[in-house]
Design a protein around this ligand. Structure first.
Ligand SMILES: Nc1ncnc2c1ncn2[C@@H]1O[C@H](COP(=O)(O)OP(=O)(O)O)[C@@H](O)[C@H]1O
Ligand SMILES: [Mg+2]
Length: 221
Protein backbone atom coordinates (compact mmCIF):
# COMPACT_ATOMS: atom_id res chain seq x y z
CA UNK A 1 0.00 0.00 0.00
CA UNK A 2 1.04 3.60 -0.53
CA UNK A 3 2.27 5.68 2.37
CA UNK A 4 0.04 5.55 5.45
CA UNK A 5 -2.52 8.37 5.41
CA UNK A 6 -2.66 10.74 8.36
CA UNK A 7 -6.10 11.55 9.77
CA UNK A 8 -6.27 14.40 12.27
CA UNK A 9 -9.06 15.02 14.75
CA UNK A 10 -9.26 18.74 15.32
CA UNK A 11 -11.68 21.25 16.80
CA UNK A 12 -11.53 24.64 18.43
CA UNK A 13 -13.21 23.49 21.63
CA UNK A 14 -12.60 20.80 24.20
CA UNK A 15 -15.42 18.31 24.56
CA UNK A 16 -16.31 18.07 20.87
CA UNK A 17 -15.26 14.43 20.86
CA UNK A 18 -11.78 14.45 19.28
CA UNK A 19 -10.33 11.83 21.62
CA UNK A 20 -13.49 9.72 21.60
CA UNK A 21 -13.65 9.67 17.81
CA UNK A 22 -9.89 9.03 17.56
CA UNK A 23 -10.10 5.95 19.75
CA UNK A 24 -13.30 4.50 18.28
CA UNK A 25 -12.01 5.10 14.77
CA UNK A 26 -8.69 3.47 15.67
CA UNK A 27 -10.52 0.39 16.96
CA UNK A 28 -12.82 0.32 13.92
CA UNK A 29 -9.90 0.52 11.51
CA UNK A 30 -8.04 -2.18 13.45
CA UNK A 31 -11.11 -4.42 13.07
CA UNK A 32 -10.74 -3.96 9.34
CA UNK A 33 -7.20 -5.29 9.59
CA UNK A 34 -5.39 -1.95 9.51
CA UNK A 35 -2.29 -1.34 11.58
CA UNK A 36 -3.10 1.90 13.37
CA UNK A 37 -0.79 4.25 15.25
CA UNK A 38 -2.49 6.91 17.37
CA UNK A 39 -0.58 10.04 18.34
CA UNK A 40 -1.90 11.97 21.33
CA UNK A 41 -0.85 15.61 20.90
CA UNK A 42 -2.91 16.93 23.82
CA UNK A 43 -1.18 17.64 27.14
CA UNK A 44 -4.35 16.35 28.85
CA UNK A 45 -3.37 12.92 27.48
CA UNK A 46 -6.92 11.57 27.16
CA UNK A 47 -6.04 9.11 24.40
CA UNK A 48 -2.93 7.95 26.26
CA UNK A 49 -4.88 7.37 29.46
CA UNK A 50 -7.66 5.66 27.53
CA UNK A 51 -5.25 3.06 26.13
CA UNK A 52 -3.51 2.73 29.50
CA UNK A 53 -6.84 1.73 31.09
CA UNK A 54 -6.81 -1.51 29.07
CA UNK A 55 -5.86 -4.78 30.72
CA UNK A 56 -2.65 -6.52 29.57
CA UNK A 57 -4.75 -9.51 28.39
CA UNK A 58 -6.87 -7.29 26.21
CA UNK A 59 -4.79 -4.32 25.07
CA UNK A 60 -6.19 -1.45 23.05
CA UNK A 61 -6.06 -2.56 19.39
CA UNK A 62 -3.77 0.30 18.26
CA UNK A 63 -0.51 1.66 19.57
CA UNK A 64 -0.94 5.06 21.26
CA UNK A 65 2.02 7.44 21.45
CA UNK A 66 2.02 10.53 23.58
CA UNK A 67 3.71 13.43 21.80
CA UNK A 68 3.94 16.67 23.75
CA UNK A 69 7.41 17.67 22.58
CA UNK A 70 8.25 20.67 20.39
CA UNK A 71 6.28 20.67 17.12
CA UNK A 72 9.44 20.69 14.97
CA UNK A 73 10.16 17.17 16.24
CA UNK A 74 6.87 15.83 14.89
CA UNK A 75 7.87 15.12 11.24
CA UNK A 76 10.70 12.75 12.24
CA UNK A 77 8.44 10.90 14.66
CA UNK A 78 5.71 10.59 12.08
CA UNK A 79 8.19 9.21 9.55
CA UNK A 80 9.23 6.60 12.11
CA UNK A 81 5.68 5.56 13.10
CA UNK A 82 4.58 5.56 9.49
CA UNK A 83 6.96 2.69 8.70
CA UNK A 84 4.87 0.25 10.68
CA UNK A 85 1.40 1.70 10.12
CA UNK A 86 -1.36 1.55 7.54
CA UNK A 87 -2.93 4.65 9.02
CA UNK A 88 -1.97 7.29 11.59
CA UNK A 89 -4.50 9.15 13.73
CA UNK A 90 -3.56 12.45 15.38
CA UNK A 91 -5.61 13.61 18.36
CA UNK A 92 -5.15 17.39 18.76
CA UNK A 93 -5.18 19.77 21.73
CA UNK A 94 -8.44 21.76 22.08
CA UNK A 95 -7.20 24.83 20.25
CA UNK A 96 -6.52 25.58 16.62
CA UNK A 97 -3.87 28.12 17.62
CA UNK A 98 -1.82 25.51 19.43
CA UNK A 99 1.55 24.92 17.72
CA UNK A 100 1.04 21.13 17.80
CA UNK A 101 -2.37 21.48 16.13
CA UNK A 102 -0.80 23.55 13.36
CA UNK A 103 2.10 21.09 13.01
CA UNK A 104 -0.39 18.22 12.80
CA UNK A 105 -2.45 19.92 10.10
CA UNK A 106 0.68 20.47 8.01
CA UNK A 107 1.10 16.69 7.74
CA UNK A 108 -2.56 15.77 7.48
CA UNK A 109 -4.30 14.06 4.59
CA UNK A 110 -7.77 14.25 6.13
CA UNK A 111 -8.82 16.62 8.92
CA UNK A 112 -11.95 15.46 10.72
CA UNK A 113 -13.77 18.11 12.75
CA UNK A 114 -16.25 16.65 15.25
CA UNK A 115 -19.13 19.04 15.79
CA UNK A 116 -21.65 18.73 18.61
CA UNK A 117 -24.90 19.97 17.10
CA UNK A 118 -25.36 23.09 19.20
CA UNK A 119 -25.21 26.72 18.09
CA UNK A 120 -22.03 27.53 20.07
CA UNK A 121 -20.16 24.57 18.61
CA UNK A 122 -21.30 25.61 15.19
CA UNK A 123 -19.87 29.09 15.67
CA UNK A 124 -16.50 27.79 16.79
CA UNK A 125 -16.47 25.44 13.80
CA UNK A 126 -16.36 28.47 11.50
CA UNK A 127 -12.86 29.30 12.78
CA UNK A 128 -11.44 25.84 12.17
CA UNK A 129 -13.11 25.75 8.78
CA UNK A 130 -11.41 29.03 7.87
CA UNK A 131 -8.05 27.62 8.91
CA UNK A 132 -8.48 24.41 6.90
CA UNK A 133 -9.62 26.34 3.80
CA UNK A 134 -6.60 28.61 4.18
CA UNK A 135 -4.23 25.63 4.43
CA UNK A 136 -5.90 24.07 1.39
CA UNK A 137 -4.82 27.10 -0.64
CA UNK A 138 -1.21 26.12 0.01
CA UNK A 139 -1.77 22.37 -0.05
CA UNK A 140 -4.82 21.35 -2.12
CA UNK A 141 -4.37 17.68 -1.20
CA UNK A 142 -5.50 18.45 2.36
CA UNK A 143 -9.09 17.32 2.87
CA UNK A 144 -11.37 18.50 5.65
CA UNK A 145 -14.72 17.11 6.76
CA UNK A 146 -17.23 17.84 9.50
CA UNK A 147 -18.48 14.95 11.62
CA UNK A 148 -21.66 15.42 13.67
CA UNK A 149 -21.01 13.93 17.12
CA UNK A 150 -23.23 13.47 20.18
CA UNK A 151 -26.27 13.74 17.98
CA UNK A 152 -29.50 13.51 19.96
CA UNK A 153 -33.05 13.25 18.80
CA UNK A 154 -33.90 16.91 19.26
CA UNK A 155 -35.17 19.24 16.58
CA UNK A 156 -32.32 21.60 17.50
CA UNK A 157 -29.77 18.91 16.55
CA UNK A 158 -31.56 18.33 13.26
CA UNK A 159 -31.60 22.08 12.57
CA UNK A 160 -27.91 22.48 13.35
CA UNK A 161 -26.97 19.53 11.11
CA UNK A 162 -28.99 21.14 8.35
CA UNK A 163 -27.07 24.40 8.81
CA UNK A 164 -23.81 22.40 8.67
CA UNK A 165 -24.64 21.48 5.07
CA UNK A 166 -24.06 25.13 4.17
CA UNK A 167 -20.47 25.11 5.41
CA UNK A 168 -17.71 25.02 2.80
CA UNK A 169 -16.28 21.83 4.28
CA UNK A 170 -18.38 18.77 3.43
CA UNK A 171 -20.28 16.92 6.14
CA UNK A 172 -19.07 13.31 6.35
CA UNK A 173 -21.65 10.66 5.46
CA UNK A 174 -21.55 9.35 9.05
CA UNK A 175 -22.42 10.58 12.52
CA UNK A 176 -22.12 9.43 16.12
CA UNK A 177 -25.13 9.61 18.41
CA UNK A 178 -25.15 10.65 22.04
CA UNK A 179 -24.53 7.22 23.60
CA UNK A 180 -23.18 5.92 26.91
CA UNK A 181 -21.22 3.24 25.05
CA UNK A 182 -18.73 5.83 23.80
CA UNK A 183 -17.79 6.95 27.29
CA UNK A 184 -18.06 3.43 28.79
CA UNK A 185 -15.45 2.05 26.44
CA UNK A 186 -12.93 4.63 27.68
CA UNK A 187 -13.28 3.23 31.19
CA UNK A 188 -12.22 -0.24 30.02
CA UNK A 189 -9.51 0.99 27.67
CA UNK A 190 -11.31 -0.40 24.66
CA UNK A 191 -13.96 0.54 22.17
CA UNK A 192 -17.65 0.01 21.59
CA UNK A 193 -16.70 -3.33 19.99
CA UNK A 194 -15.78 -4.62 23.46
CA UNK A 195 -19.21 -3.93 24.93
CA UNK A 196 -21.22 -6.73 23.37
CA UNK A 197 -24.56 -6.59 21.63
CA UNK A 198 -25.91 -3.86 23.92
CA UNK A 199 -23.59 -1.46 22.11
CA UNK A 200 -24.65 -2.56 18.64
CA UNK A 201 -26.06 0.84 17.57
CA UNK A 202 -22.74 2.48 18.47
CA UNK A 203 -20.79 -0.30 16.72
CA UNK A 204 -22.78 0.27 13.52
CA UNK A 205 -22.08 4.00 13.75
CA UNK A 206 -18.35 3.41 14.09
CA UNK A 207 -18.34 0.95 11.17
CA UNK A 208 -20.17 3.53 9.07
CA UNK A 209 -17.61 6.12 10.16
CA UNK A 210 -14.75 3.84 9.08
CA UNK A 211 -16.38 3.29 5.68
CA UNK A 212 -17.05 6.99 5.13
CA UNK A 213 -13.45 7.86 6.01
CA UNK A 214 -12.04 5.06 3.84
CA UNK A 215 -14.12 6.38 0.96
CA UNK A 216 -12.76 9.89 1.47
CA UNK A 217 -9.22 8.59 1.44
CA UNK A 218 -9.82 6.42 -1.62
CA UNK A 219 -6.50 4.59 -1.38
CA UNK A 220 -7.47 2.90 1.88
CA UNK A 221 -10.45 1.04 0.43
N1 LIG B 1 -20.94 10.47 20.94
C1 LIG B 1 -20.82 10.62 22.26
N2 LIG B 1 -21.77 10.17 23.12
C2 LIG B 1 -21.65 10.36 24.45
N3 LIG B 1 -20.61 10.96 25.04
C3 LIG B 1 -19.64 11.43 24.25
C4 LIG B 1 -19.67 11.29 22.82
N4 LIG B 1 -18.55 11.88 22.31
C5 LIG B 1 -17.85 12.36 23.37
N5 LIG B 1 -18.49 12.10 24.52
C6 LIG B 1 -18.06 12.48 25.89
O1 LIG B 1 -17.78 13.88 25.88
C7 LIG B 1 -16.64 14.17 26.67
C8 LIG B 1 -15.61 14.89 25.82
O2 LIG B 1 -15.19 14.01 24.78
P1 LIG B 1 -13.68 13.98 24.30
O3 LIG B 1 -13.59 12.94 23.26
O4 LIG B 1 -12.75 13.90 25.45
O5 LIG B 1 -13.59 15.43 23.62
P2 LIG B 1 -12.29 16.26 23.17
O6 LIG B 1 -11.18 15.29 22.95
O7 LIG B 1 -12.72 16.95 21.90
O8 LIG B 1 -12.01 17.24 24.26
C9 LIG B 1 -16.15 12.84 27.22
O9 LIG B 1 -16.66 12.70 28.52
C10 LIG B 1 -16.76 11.80 26.28
O10 LIG B 1 -17.00 10.57 26.93
MG1 LIG C 1 -9.27 15.24 23.71
Amino acid sequence: MARAPIITLVSQKGGAGKSTVTMQLAAGLARRGRRVEVVDLDAQESATRWAAAASPEHPFPARVHCFTAAPYELPDKLAKWRKRADVILLDCPPSIDHPRTLAALNHTDLAVVPVVPSPTDLWSTRAIERLILQLQQQRPALQGVLLPNRVGHTSLAADVIEVMQDFDLPVLAARLGQRNAYAQSAAIGGSVFDLGSAAQPAQLEVLRLVSAIAKRLGAME
